[in-house]
Design a binder for this molecule. Structure first.
Ligand code: ZN
Length: 281
């Protein structure tokens, strides 16, 4: 059975029947409370999701969800992976995936605040792949067997810092603390009618900024998994931010400011609402 894995107060929970189920309690000892343990056991998680019963522990409405993948070993980002975004960035369409890293310390939850650290902080709505196995040299045709699920992400980017050097250091510009909201949940691919073709949108305040479909990716999810795993052994919980569609702020010279609200939605996965706040001091 398909699952939606989230976390509340650092404990793994499954979402079903508009409610939340504590995973440790409902798995009869097969899982601990650690969401990373749940991801590494994603095949068994399907079984637990099928045995939950009709009575959740608490309603989903009003629950404050935390980071669904709290401690990935690695986070990859892909640059310029939508044609229209490559064009708006004035870049060539890449013939090889442009891979960078976000450091795991940038992660934050689907309803948490993003601290604005610079004058040119930009939004980037993205589909995020959550790996489920320890593996390398994964063939593209086998890639989905190694994926625990998908979630929403914001690859929040400070453009001045990103392009402060030549060549640019994407990794630092995209790794300020709180510049990696993910969530609301890790959704197993079988929950989605077509996990390769999902509507993705980003609103800043009430204004629609990004509106695309993930079928427009230049390099597909299987191609990215194959490309990266030919270099690195992937671990359960490793994340791949698959790239952002057109409509980022840098094109028009508009950026995020304290008080703004960023809403990120992917069809079948859910919505994140992150408020921007000023840095203290
Ligand atoms: Zn990005």
């Amino acid at each position: 059975m398909a699952f939606r894995l989230a976390s509340i107060d650092d404990r793994a929970v499954l979402i079903q029947n508009d409610g939340i189920y504590d995973l440790e309690k409902h798995s009869n000892g097969r899982f601990t409370s650690d969401p990373m343990h749940a991801i590494a056991g994603f095949r068994e998680l399907h079984e637990v999701a099928g045995e939950l019963g009709s009575q959740p522990d608490a309603p989903l409405d009003g629950a404050r969800l935390g980071i669904c993948v709290p401690r990935p070993q690695k986070i990859f980002g892909i640059g310029l992976n939508y044609r229209a975004h490559a064009e708006e960035s004035g870049m060539d369409i890449p013939s090889t995936p442009l891979v960078f890293t976000k450091f795991p310390s940038c992660l934050t939850g689907p309803a948490d605040d993003v601290v604005i650290y610079g004058p040119s902080t930009d939004w980037e709505a993205e589909l995020v792949v959550v790996m489920g196995t320890r593996a390398r040299d994964i063939a593209a045709q086998d890639a989905w067997d190694h994926i625990a699920g998908l979630t929403c992400g914001q690859d929040v980017s400070e453009r001045v810092l990103q392009f402060a050097t030549r060549p640019p250091h994407f990794d630092l510009g995209k790794s300020y603390d709180t510049y990696g909201p993910i969530g609301p949940a890790v959704v197993s691919p079988d929950q989605l009618s077509d996990p390769s073709d999902l509507a993705i949108t980003c609103d800043v305040n009430e204004e629609r900024k990004q509106d695309a479909r993930t079928s427009d990716l230049i390099f597909s999810i299987p191609e990215l998994v194959a490309y990266i795993s030919a270099v690195c052994t992937l671990e359960p919980g490793d994340l791949i931010f698959t790239g952002t569609p057109s409509g980022v702020g840098v094109k028009a010279g508009t950026f995020l400011e304290p008080g703004d609200t960023v809403t990120t939605t992917i069809e079948g996965i859910g919505t994140m609402v992150n408020r921007c706040i000023a840095k203290e001091g």
